[in-house]
Design a protein around this ligand. Structure first.
Ligand SMILES: [Zn+2]
Ligand SMILES: [Zn+2]
Length: 460
């Protein structure tokens, strides 16, 4: 355990106090803040690196990971929730893929395939001749899914996953006359134990059928819900509803917050290292989310050796210790804890960056900078995000003649669409991306902001 981790662990002991304090009245600023805003540009001028642009992505064909964005928003639009399909560039989609977050899924892909061709989104994937409609093509893609990984259990990160779990499509047979099996192996869902316990609540038989079961984690324990399901299933003899083997559905598979990288899934040459971060709180305590490093780990002679070891950092929803001047007293304990948890992540990211292995950072920016701190609900605004990047910049080794994070691509996710018109006529996306680019122009750590949009194909 590093000193950073001890600091974060000590912060966790404050959980309940913090949330009880949260119910006390805060000296809150008015909803429409009179504080100065970072000016925005209606038409962002920074170059887009990837957006529905196959040829552009190909120019960067030396990437390490391929990603298709099924949804990148943070709600409230159910048509654009967090959901990403990921594979190493050196591998084929047919070899397996990761479902990173499960807010948007097969429905979103079906809708995308009604406006984009399958070849645009998956240029190297050969679709079976039998799969001619968007829904069948989307089903084929999802039949190649190896596993899901979610950062936390909020619905905008798992609703599609839940809906799919009774209908996971089988891989088509190579013989068109052979019917695929009616049952397919259960799909692993990786997350921290706490997140999976929250997700499992949806599978209690009332919100959704009992389609979840538990894998043994490294400590040999099963989850509480899993044990209950096994007992109940044993009594009724309904083998399809339980157990780690048969039936359709998902397997809750805890992954630890480890001090080293651990392999993700046998079909994927990817290892991960997971960190806790904070994401607001409930009446029960702070709410946990995750920041995860995904490293391409070349196997044998396959793949490009120059790309092996490269990785990207993906944040789930996350809060910052940044507070606007005059809002410093808002949720003081949350501020201290967020600083501790995020510091651990940035400390590790700085090491990866110094070793020239950090291919990009995906991080949320839910609201624009007009949003007051007490209404952030455990999310970032542009100034908080930039503050976090400056923390990373302060930890990396300085190189002569270069900005500290020169060229680091920061992929901006989880923008919440506004449902009321803004006086300037701009969208939340336009304001957030403009504010971020202005902050970079003014303070210059060297990053390149990339807006992540539904339907993007990104080479990282
Ligand atoms: Zn979210
Ligand atoms: Zn969330």
């Amino acid at each position: 355990m590093t000193s950073h981790e001890r600091q974060a662990g000590a912060g966790a002991a404050l959980d309940m106090n913090r949330c009880l304090n949260h119910t006390h009245p805060h000296p809150s600023p008015p909803l429409v803040s009179s504080l100065p805003l970072v000016p925005f540009l209606v038409h962002p001028t920074a170059p887009r690196i990837t957006h529905n642009n196959h040829s552009m992505a190909r120019e960067q064909s030396h990437g390490t990971f391929d990603m298709v964005v099924l949804g990148s928003g943070g709600g409230p639009l159910e048509t654009d929730l967090s959901g990403y399909l990921v594979k190493p560039t050196a591998a084929r989609w047919e070899d397996g893929m990761l479902g990173l977050e499960g807010g948007s899924g097969i429905g979103s892909l079906t809708a995308l395939l009604q406006r984009q061709t399958a070849a645009e989104l998956f240029p190297d994937l050969a679709f079976p001749s039998t799969h001619t409609t968007p829904v069948l093509q989307a089903a084929f893609v999802f039949s190649l899914l190896s596993c899901y990984l979610i950062t936390h259990a909020h619905l905008d990160h798992c609703s599609s996953l839940i809906l799919l779990s009774g209908s996971i499509p089988p891989r088509p047979s190579s013989d068109p006359l052979t019917h695929p099996p009616l049952e397919v192996p259960r799909l692993p869902v990786y997350a921290t134990r706490k997140t999976l316990e929250r997700l499992a609540m949806a599978y209690g038989g009332e919100l959704w059928p009992e389609l979840g079961t538990w894998a043994l984690d490294r400590g040999g324990r099963q989850g509480v819900v899993g044990e209950e399901m096994v007992r109940r299933g044993s009594a009724t003899g309904d083998a399809d509803q339980l157990g780690s083997g048969g039936g359709t559905g998902v397997v809750f598979t805890p992954i630890p917050v480890a001090e080293d990288y651990i392999p993700l899934h046998p079909t994927l040459p990817i290892t991960t290292r997971k960190f806790h971060v904070l994401h607001g709180c409930t009446s029960k305590g702070v709410y946990e989310s995750s920041a995860i490093f995904f490293r391409y780990q070349r196997r044998g002679a396959a793949g490009s050796s120059s790309q092996s070891g490269r990785e990207f950092l993906f944040f789930g929803d996350v809060e910052s210790d940044w507070r606007r001047q005059g809002e410093g007293g808002v949720d003081r304990e949350g501020q201290v804890q967020a600083r501790g948890y995020n510091g651990v992540v940035w400390h590790h990211a700085a090491r990866v960056w110094d070793e020239d292995r950090l291919a990009g950072v995906f991080i949320e920016c839910s609201y624009d900078s007009e949003r007051p701190a007490h209404l952030m609900f455990g999310h970032l605004c542009p100034q908080a995000l930039y503050h976090e990047l400056e923390r990373l910049a302060s930890m990396v080794t300085r190189r002569p003649g270069r900005k500290p994070l020169q060229g680091l691509r920061v992929f901006v996710t989880h923008i919440k669409d506004s449902l009321v018109p803004h006086p300037t006529g701009t969208t939340a996306r336009e304001r957030i991306m403009s504010e971020l680019r202005v902050l970079e122009q003014q303070r210059g750590v060297g990053v390149v902001f990339v807006e992540v949009r539904r339907g993007d194909r990104i080479v990282i």
